[in-house]
Design a protein around this ligand. Structure first.
Ligand code: GSH
Length: 84
């Protein structure tokens, strides 16, 4: 079982189809074998991104109630928390 599930923390990636930064985060989630949901933020989902993070750039990642912004920061945090 992935660590995120063991800790009962749901991971959600707010992403866009043509977003290279989002692809980097997806790749890292998959490399770490973490289960996650995705929300398409190309359209309506962008309002949620703004509400959650106070800015409009994607990707953002939520882990439980926590909101992470910026692909480099997100990847660093994922490695810190979940890399074995
Ligand atoms: N430094 C940010 C850059 C993210 C970024 O520029 N994302 C683009 C999409 S690839 C974006 O959301 N731009 C603002 C917009 O589309 O309104 C990161 O690494 O996550």
């Amino acid at each position: 079982m992935a660590d995120s599930e063991a800790r009962n923390e749901e991971i959600t990636l707010y992403t866009g189809e043509y977003c290279p930064y989002c692809r980097r985060v997806k790749k890292e989630l998959e490399r770490l074998d973490l289960g996650y949901h995705t929300v398409n933020a190309d359209a309506d989902g962008r309002n949620t991104v703004i509400q959650l993070s106070g800015q409009r750039a994607i990707p953002i990642l939520t882990i439980g109630d926590e909101v992470l912004v910026d692909s480099n920061h997100i990847i660093r945090e994922l490695r810190k928390r979940y890399a074995s």
